[in-house]
Design a protein around this ligand. Sequence first.
Ligand SMILES: [Zn+2]
Length: 115
Amino acid sequence: MKKKPDKQPDRRQELRKEIARLADVAIFGSISETYRKCGTPGCRCHTTGPKHGPHMYISYRGDVGKTTGYYVPQVAQQDFRNGVTAWQTLQQRLRELAELTREEILTHARQRREE
Ligand SMILES: [Zn+2]
């Protein structure tokens, strides 16, 4: 008699949905915040005043292994923050899904051996 494994398929389904949602918003890179001098001559930032910022900078390692990056406009900073968090969560969910896949393959392999 074929036993339907309980719970696992639901968890896999959940993970697939969550992975799809996260993949849609994920941003690859790490965030740093910098303060900069501006281009306005005589601005306070060139003397004793505070520099401008914080400016959000996203850096990441490109295809050739060189670190590169870009500045994020102020209005988009929260989206990018969420995106970087989503990327990290995405890695965890993918790993969890891969563990379930591994167990499923091993379970099937055992069943086949017992037949
Ligand atoms: Zn300035």
